[in-house]
Design a protein. Structure first.
Length: 318
């Protein structure tokens, strides 16, 4: 079964292929004989009621000096594709939301969109974890600085973050009495206009912020623990964390079993769970990473498992 696969992603010329999960997916699709098509960034549109995009035939190779070749783009209906991989990074802003609506139109015409556009709109990566409160640390989400200050007073040591960040950006660690709390809250809430999240600080972050990958609701048996370095408290690889592969613990598997079926029901075929110690902190649905790091450390083919799931879904639908 040769599929036509379109990839909506950030500019391919700027990716770092050694760590890019989208690139791993494209390599696997090509290995299986599927036809790759690159969606020119910013080209999703609607013409005469039909979802279209500038599509360029794409070939990839695992060579850091020459990793892609593109044909001349042409405006084509997305209905000509069998699968669309939606892999652009946050923020989930108005442009992202509008693109997801266009992809939903393609989905209505029979295209399998990974991940489901409705789910991408519904599942904010910070708030989605709170659908499973038994998995999460104590948390509050509010625009009201007094509410968040009261939470900090109750728990003493907390992490504050925006709802639309990624890569560890704009995450603050505070303690009760910190003279910077007011200005941090003013910044995160934009003076009370924007929701911010506060969570009880988890000292287990010193052992790593674990990324657990789910494929169609089932966990990959290994996770990547992203361990803070030096004086940094954030484990994100983008913030300088060191990645260390580990087998899943019994608690990790329990969290995956708790979360996986609901995400599968919502069409979230490829998801990254962030777990610190025994607690779920985020559910990443837009562009989860760590495929290449785990493949390298444990001789896996995670993108292969993903395409098994994609092909099975596609076959069931047709």
């Amino acid at each position: 079964m040769n599929l036509h696969v379109a990839v909506v992603m950030d500019p391919i010329a700027k990716i770092k292929i050694a760590k890019d999960s989208t690139f791993a997916m494209m390599l696997e699709a090509q290995r299986r004989g599927h036809h790759l098509n690159y969606v020119v960034p910013g080209s999703l549109a609607v013409v005469n009621g039909q979802a279209v995009a500038q599509l360029a035939s794409l070939a990839v190779q695992d060579d850091s000096s020459d990793w892609y070749k593109l044909a001349t783009p042409k405006l084509r209906p997305l209905s000509e594709m069998d699968v669309v991989l939606m892999r652009t990074d946050p923020p989930v802003d108005s442009a992202y939301l509008h693109d997801s609506i266009i992809l939903g139109m393609a989905q209505a015409e029979g295209v399998l969109v990974v991940n489901d556009p409705q789910g991408l709109r519904d599942l904010n990566e910070k708030l989605a974890a709170l659908l499973f409160p038994d998995c999460c640390p104590p948390t509050v989400v509010s625009r009201d600085a007094a509410t968040i200050r009261e939470f900090i007073s109750s728990h003493g040591h907390c992490v504050l973050k925006p709802l639309d960040g990624m890569g560890g950006r704009s995450i603050f660690m505070v303690r009760e009495g910190d003279p910077n709390i007011n200005v941090i809250l003013e910044t995160l809430t934009e003076g009370g206009k924007t929701l911010a999240m506060a969570q009880r600080y988890l000292p287990e972050i010193a052992q790593g912020d674990k990324r657990i990958l789910l494929i169609d609701g089932e966990p990959v048996p290994f996770c990547l623990a992203r361990i803070p370095q030096g004086t940094e408290f954030r484990g994100n690889l983008a913030a300088g964390g060191r990645g260390e592969g580990r087998p899943l613990t019994e608690r990790d598997r329990w969290i995956a079993a708790r979360v996986g079926p609901e995400l599968r029901r919502r069409g979230m075929i490829f998801v990254g769970l962030d777990v610190i110690g025994d607690y779920l902190t985020e559910v990443n649905v837009t562009s989860p990473t760590c495929i290449r790091e785990l493949d390298l450390q444990f001789d896996l083919n995670i993108a292969g498992t993903l395409f098994d799931a994609i092909e099975a879904r596609r076959e069931r639908r047709h």
